[in-house]
Design a protein around this ligand. Sequence first.
Ligand code: FES
Length: 125
Amino acid sequence: MNRKRKNHLNFFLTTKEMLKKNKYIVTYIEELKDEVICFLDSNKKIKVFSSFCPHFGGEIYYDKKNDQLSCKWHGWKFCKNTGKCLSYPLKSGLSSYDFEVRPDYLKKYDFKSEDNSIFLVYEPE
Ligand code: FES
């Protein structure tokens, strides 16, 4: 979070009080065409990820019991810190003829906390 940012955009997500109270915020950001989840993990750390599964677009949620991200559609698991797919750690395809598995990372967003507010920080390419 300390690297210099030139053309970044900030999108308000929630307040710290609301996050502490609700533990979980889901919001759609039109400019990113993305639905974003913001939550406190088991260590009370703020996390911000896309809610769209890289497998097939299913809904991602934070599985508090197992302290990881999970997809509601086919159950793929993702690391709550990096977004790395935990269900298919190998990047090789199962069969290039029938189908292939691409365990892409879940899209993770940077964020900043100013005063009482939490903002998603986005750097357009
Ligand atoms: S759409 Fe998420 S695991 Fe298939």
